[in-house]
Each structure stands twice: as C-alpha cells, then as structure tokens.
Write a protein that binds this ligand. Sequence first.
Ligand SMILES: [Zn+2]
Length: 305
Amino acid sequence: MGVTRRRVALKVDCDTYGGTKNGLPNLIRLFDELKIKATFLFTLGPDTSGRAVFRVFTQKGFLKKMLRSNAAALYGPKTMLYGTLLPAPMIGKKLGREIHAVESAGHEVGVHGWDHIRWHDRVGKMPFDKVERDYMNARAEFQRIFGHPAQSSGAPGWHACENSLRVQQNCNLLYASDTRGGNPCFPSVNDRVFNVLEIPTTLPTWDETLGTTGLVDENAFITFYRGLVRGTEVHSIHTEVEATAKLALFRKQLIAWKTDGVEFVTLEQIAREQLANRGDIPVRALRRISIPNRGGLVSTTVESA
Ligand SMILES: [Zn+2]
C-alpha cells in the first residue's frame, strides 16, 4: 500500500455581484501563478444580498456569525443593500465576460444557483415548479454565457431537498456538490435514491473559522488548515472572502499546502474517478444539520440504514 495522497479540490462559490466582479480576476491570476486548476460555481441571477439582513430575525446564530466574521467589511456596504434599498444586479447578464474568462483560463465551471438568497433561505419550502424554474434559469444563463450546458452545480448555502434533487436528476449532470461532510454518494430521500453523484464539501469554510478563538493569528490559522488535509478534501471558498478581502492570506494557505505536497484537483476529476467504479458508490440519506459557527442548517448525508 502506498502513502495516502493528500489532495484538495477548491470549489469556488461565487455568491454576489461584487465578489464575482472583483474576485474572479484575482483568483485567475493567483491560480495561474501557483499552477492550480479549480472548480468555479457561479450564481447567475439577481444579487439580492441585502435581503439576508432579515436572517437576523429568522435564523439563530446569524447575527453572531456576521459580527464575528466582520461581514460588512468582507462583503462591502453596497452588497448589503442589493435587493432592498438598491436594485438587485443580474450577475450573469452584467458579468458574462468576467465569468467566461474563468473557463478560458482552463478551470472547471458550473452553476451555483440563480437567486442565492432565496434558495438559501427558502428552497425547502418552495414548491417543485418554483425550484425547477430557479434551477433552469441558472442553467439557461450558463448555456448563454459558455455556449454549452453546465455539467455540475452546487446548491446555495448547501441547501438540498427532495425537490432540488428531483430537478437535478433530469439535467444530465456529471455530479452535484450540495452538501457538507461525508463521502461521495448517491443521496436518498424517503428511500428514493437519486442518480446524480453527490460530492460533499469536507473542510470547514473560512467564514466559519476566521476569528475563532485560538485561530486569531495567521500562522495558527494556516497551520490549522494544513492539519485538516488527510486524504482527498473538498474546500469551498468564496470570492467575497478568499478572493478579495483575504486574498494575501489565501495565497499563503495555498503555498503552505503545496509545500506539504498537497495536490490540487478539480471536482470533475473526483467525479470521474468515483464514477469509474459506479457500483462501489454508497447510497446515503439526505439530512439537515447545524455546523459550528454557521447560522441556520445545511444539508449533509448520513449512512442509510
Ligand atoms: Zn454560496
């Protein structure tokens, strides 16, 4: 038996107009410098981030998280007003050129929803036809920008449900990355098994760990993440954090991982490896759980009985 390969797939979630606009050129440059290929997932509809302020009233832990991660500084004052006092910019329509440049730079591209805030906060309560419309809007916009269909997607806020899995089932996807924790699997809901491979995010995100007690200095923070890579990990990053406000620290993180011999892969590579032995992929049941330092609940999968 050889030594376990330590690998990281970077899943870049582009949530907002500002993050997409300002973060993409930074990441393309950084990944070019370090010879890393990553997976970028784009939110393509209206940026209604301003509506997230209402989570202060509806979601336990939201205010604490916003204060701890200093969200206003990370996201910028304008983003906090989109969809409320300022009109919501249409991300795909306005930033098609910036988004297309990611694929031209050799990275994998996929979909991260239409209206991030609505999906994040409401998808579990939305009827099937509304979930389908949101998802299909994003796919149509992706097709318009890239000239080919999306082969993958990641759910906003790691929020999957029976309706979203039903919609995805008909889209000829290579994989989805909708959940947190556990191994790649075929998800099931009430004994119905869905046929799209799910590849979960395995590492905690920076907005969950920044400012956490014990990780206040940069070295401690980077050392913590170095220790988390045990096998093949999926790390979700956000253009609003790692690609802008925390870009210099993110560069240090990537260099530290490279020094440790960590290899970088795309989610597509992981999917193809998994699907080469399709019969070995387990079925796991979809659940909602809370995660330390994240407001609200996220989707995960657990071993089916
Ligand atoms: Zn997101």
